[in-house]
Design a protein around this ligand. Structure first.
Ligand SMILES: [Zn+2]
Length: 473
C-alpha cells in the first residue's frame, strides 16, 4: 500500500508535468495577431488537451484537497472516473460558493478547497487573494510562483488579443488589495515588457494630472472608476477624449454586456474598452477576454480561454448544463493551477455560449452578450426577478442622465416592498422616460426620483448602487 503522503506528492508531480507540457515562457508575441499558437487551436485539439488535464487533475485533487476528497467519497466516485470533459459533466455535480464557504467556516482560516498547503506556501508562495463576494465569510486563495507563470501567459494572450502592443504604457489605478485582477495584470505587463506608471495611493485629480503629464495609453481599472475619473477630468476643464488614453482594460464588474454602458464609456474617453472576466476561485487569471471583433456584430461578446479551462452554462435551478446558445449561469473548471484547480465551480454569471467561428481566428467559445450580472446580485421584488444591470440599461437609454444612479429597496408600513431609482438629470421630466424604460425591460413599476446632476456620490472603485433596506423574513 502506498503511503498517503507519497500519493499526494506523486499526483502533484504528475499534475505539474502535464501543466508544464503546455506552459510557454513568452515575453514576445507569436506574430502580429496572436500571442500564442494556442489561440488558434482547433476545437478538437482544445478538447483533447482538456481531457488530458482532467485525467491528471482529478487524482491530484483527491490526494491534496480535503474538500475534494470528501466530495469524491460522498458521491461514491473514484478520481479515475473523471478522465475527460464528458465524464466530468456526467459524474461531477457543480460546486457552489456555499459549499466552499461551509468548508472555510469548518476549517479556518483557509478551508480545504485549495491545493496550496502550508508547505507549498512556504516553498513557493506568491500571493494571497480573497474572494470579492458581497455576502458571507471571505474565502481565501493562496497562489504560488508556479501558478504565476501560468497567469502571466493567460493574461498576456488576453491583453494582446484586446489590442495592447509595444509602445503602450499602462496606468493601473488600483489599491494594494487582495484582488486578483490588478495583480494579474501588473505581473503580466512586466512579462510583456510594457512599462507601468503605478497609479495607486492618489486621488482622482492627481491621477488626471498624471494622465495629462505622463501620457499613459492604457488605463487599468473598474468600469465605474473609468466613468468617475472621466467626470473628474471634465470638471477640471480637461477632455478625456483628447488625452493619450487609447485602451481601458477593465475588470471586476459586469460591463460590456450592459447595453449602452460600453458605448458611453468609449465616447467619454475616445478609447476602446476591453474586458477581463473571471473570478478569484476558478479563473483567477483571465478567463474571458475581448478580441478585435468583440464589438463588430449585433451583440458584444467575450472569448473564454478553453485550453486552460472548461467553460459551460447551467440552468439556475437544476444546475445541469443547458444546450449551446441558451441562457445559463457560467461554470468554470480551472485546469491551469497547482493551487486552485477547481472542478465545475459555479461562477454564476448569466450568458449564452456560442462555438461559432470568430473572424479573429480564435476558436475558443464566446459568451454572447458578455456577462450580465452574477446570480448573487439578482433582485427579487414582489416575485419579479431582475438584475441591477437591467436598471442600468434603462437609465442609460435616456439621454442626458448622469453616470451614477441608485436602486433603493424598502418595505412600506403596510408590508409592501417597493423600489425607488434615483437618477441624475437636469430635467425633472426625465424621470417619466426612465420609468417607462424600466417597465419595458423589467416589467416592474417603481418610482424614479430625479436629482440634480453630480449630486449622487461618485463610486471610486466597485460601484455600490443597490441599497436594500427591506424587512427580511
Ligand atoms: Zn474573436
Amino acid at each position: 500500500m502506498t503511503h498517503p503522503i507519497n500519493r499526494a506528492e506523486e499526483t502533484r508531480r504528475w499534475w505539474h508535468e502535464v501543466l508544464e507540457t503546455y506552459l510557454e515562457d513568452r515575453s514576445e508575441p507569436l506574430n502580429d495577431r496572436y500571442w500564442s499558437p494556442m489561440d488558434t487551436w482547433s476545437r478538437d485539439r482544445i478538447r483533447a488537451v482538456q481531457d488530458e488535464k482532467i485525467a491528471a487533475v482529478a487524482p491530484f485533487l483527491y490526494e491534496n484537497s480535503g474538500f475534494y476528497r470528501r466530495r469524491f467519497d460522498r458521491l461514491g466516485i473514484a478520481p479515475t472516473d473523471l478522465h475527460s470533459v464528458d465524464s466530468l459533466l456526467a459524474n461531477w455535480p457543480v460546486v457552489t460558493k456555499q459549499e466552499m464557504m461551509e468548508d472555510a467556516i469548518a476549517n479556518p482560516p483557509f478551508g480545504t478547497y485549495t491545493t496550496c498547503g502550508d508547505a507549498e506556501w512556504a516553498d513557493r508562495g506568491w500571493m494571497h487573494f480573497s474572494s470579492s463576494g458581497s455576502t458571507g465569510v471571505p474565502r481565501v486563495f493562496r497562489y504560488t510562483h508556479f501558478d504565476r507563470r501560468f497567469w502571466e501567459q493567460a493574461n498576456a494572450r488576453a491583453l494582446y488579443s484586446g489590442g495592447l502592443r509595444k509602445g503602450d504604457i499602462a496606468f493601473p489605478m488600483v489599491g494594494f488589495g487582495p484582488h486578483v485582477f490588478a495583480w494579474g495584470v501588473q505581473y503580466t505587463l512586466a512579462k510583456m515588457n510594457l512599462p507601468v506608471i503605478p497609479g495607486g495611493g492618489m486621488d482622482a485629480k492627481a491621477r488626471a494630472h498624471h494622465i495629462e503629464r505622463f501620457k499613459p495609453t492604457t488605463l487599468v481599472c473598474t468600469p465605474s472608476y473609468a466613468f468617475y475619473l472621466g467626470g473628474v477630468m471634465k470638471e477640471m476643464g480637461l477632455d478625456p477624449a483628447a488625452s493619450s488614453v487609447k485602451w481601458m482594460v477593465t475588470g471586476g464588474e459586469p460591463f460590456s454586456g450592459v447595453e449602452g454602458t460600453i458605448e458611453k464609456l468609449q465616447d467619454l474617453w475616445g478609447a476602446k474598452a476591453v474586458e477581463f472576466y473571471g473570478c478569484t476561485e476558478a479563473s483567477p487569471h483571465c478567463g474571458g477576454y475581448s478580441c478585435p471583433e468583440y464589438q463588430a456584430g449585433d451583440e458584444n461578446f467575450v472569448h473564454l480561454m478553453e485550453d486552460i479551462q472548461v467553460w459551460e452554462t447551467v440552468d439556475p435551478d437544476s444546475l445541469t448544463p443547458v444546450p449551446m446558445g441558451e441562457r445559463g449561469l457560467t461554470v468554470c473548471t480551472n485546469l491551469n493551477s497547482e493551487s486552485s484547480p477547481q472542478l465545475r465551480f459555479l461562477v454564476g454569471d448569466y450568458t449564452r455560449l456560442s462555438d461559432a467561428p470568430c473572424a479573429c481566428g480564435r476558436n475558443h467559445l464566446k459568451g454572447m452578450g458578455c456577462m450580465t450580472g452574477r446570480s448573487d446580485d439578482l433582485i427579487n421584488l414582489r416575485g419579479i426577478k431582475f438584475f441591477p444591470v437591467q436598471i442600468e440599461e434603462a437609465v442609460r437609454a435616456v439621454k442626458g442622465t448622469g453616470d451614477e444612479f441608485q436602486i433603493r429597496l424598502k418595505t412600506l408600513d403596510d408590508g409592501l416592498d417597493v423600489m425607488t431609482v434615483l437618477i441624475e438629470h437636469a430635467d425633472a421630466a426625465a424621470g417619466e422616460a426612465v420609468t417607462r424604460e424600466i417597465r419595458s425591460r423589467c416589467e416592474i413599476r417603481c418610482a424614479v426620483e430625479v436629482v440634480a446632476p453630480n449630486s449622487l456620490p461618485k463610486s471610486e472603485m466597485k460601484a455600490k448602487r443597490v441599497y436594500d433596506e427591506r424587512n427580511k423574513g
